[in-house]
Design a protein around this ligand. Structure first.
Ligand code: 4HQ
Length: 232
């Protein structure tokens, strides 16, 4: 998987992927991540302006279409024949969920467009963007952190990235349910005991308990996830 990230703040990505799992994936050559400054694609006559006032007189600034078009075209040239999917991170997009992460992990390359200010000229969204994705219903200062979220979630699904141990840990949302509670030593912590069943050594009963807890917690906290499973 190749991630080609277009941003006005490439420095934000420094160190973001030096985490053990993502970094190991890069070192193994399973993914490559590069950042490119949208400002490098501004019209050089001006002082490198990439933003402008919106028509209609709203407050705030928009990213101008021409530098974005050039930045995306340059990314497509870099990626050559891999038929990249252009993803724009925006609260207007489809909420990112594990199914979408799986879908993205099937692609060979992704161009991630990170907006700033009030976002991008609609004509770029219409003509250059394949998917609009949101990481949640809240407002961030830019699309950089959402892009990092996407890179992390997608990279974990690339074959060879996770070891057996980590795959097992990834079960929580993978089957569509929230994970059951987990305990480690000591058996009693500040007067609170580990549930007896987990100390019983009876694997079938433990599994039953965990599945029941998983269902209980999902019903209580995220009934929407159960509806989603039932619709499949
Ligand atoms: N922003 N999920 C505004 C987000 C966001 C989100 C990114 C802020 C785009 C223009 N992106 N810029 N939530 O809040 O993806």
């Amino acid at each position: 998987m190749i991630f080609d990230i277009l941003t006005l703040f490439p420095g934000m990505f420094d160190g973001a992927f030096s985490d053990s799992i993502i970094n190991r994936a890069v070192e193994k050559g399973l993914v490559s991540i590069s950042t490119h400054n949208i400002r490098d694609y501004s019209d050089d006559e001006r002082h490198g302006a990439v933003d402008d006032y919106p028509y209609g007189g709203d407050a705030g600034m928009l990213l101008k279409p021409e530098p974005l078009a050039r930045a995306i075209n340059a990314a497509k040239e870099r990626l050559g024949a891999s038929q990249p999917t252009v993803v724009y991170l925006t609260p207007t997009g489809k909420l990112l969920d594990q199914d979408t992460v799986k879908e993205l992990a099937q692609k060979s390359s992704l161009i991630l467009l990170c907006g700033r200010y009030k976002g991008i000229d609609q004509r770029i969204a219409d003509a250059y963007v394949d998917m609009e994705i949101s990481v949640g219903d809240y407002v961030l200062s830019g699309g950089e952190i959402p892009a990092m979220v996407l890179v992390d979630a997608v990279t974990r699904l690339i074959p060879g990235v996770l070891g057996n141990r980590e795959s097992a840990e990834a079960d929580s949302l993978y089957n569509g349910l929230l994970s059951h509670p987990e305990y480690t030593r000591p058996e009693v912590f500040e007067g609170m005991k580990v549930p007896e069943i987990l100390l019983s050594g009876h694997h079938a009963n433990i599994k039953k308990w965990q599945e029941q807890k998983s269902l209980e917690i999902t019903k209580e906290r995220r009934p929407d996830l159960l509806d989603k499973i039932n619709k499949k």
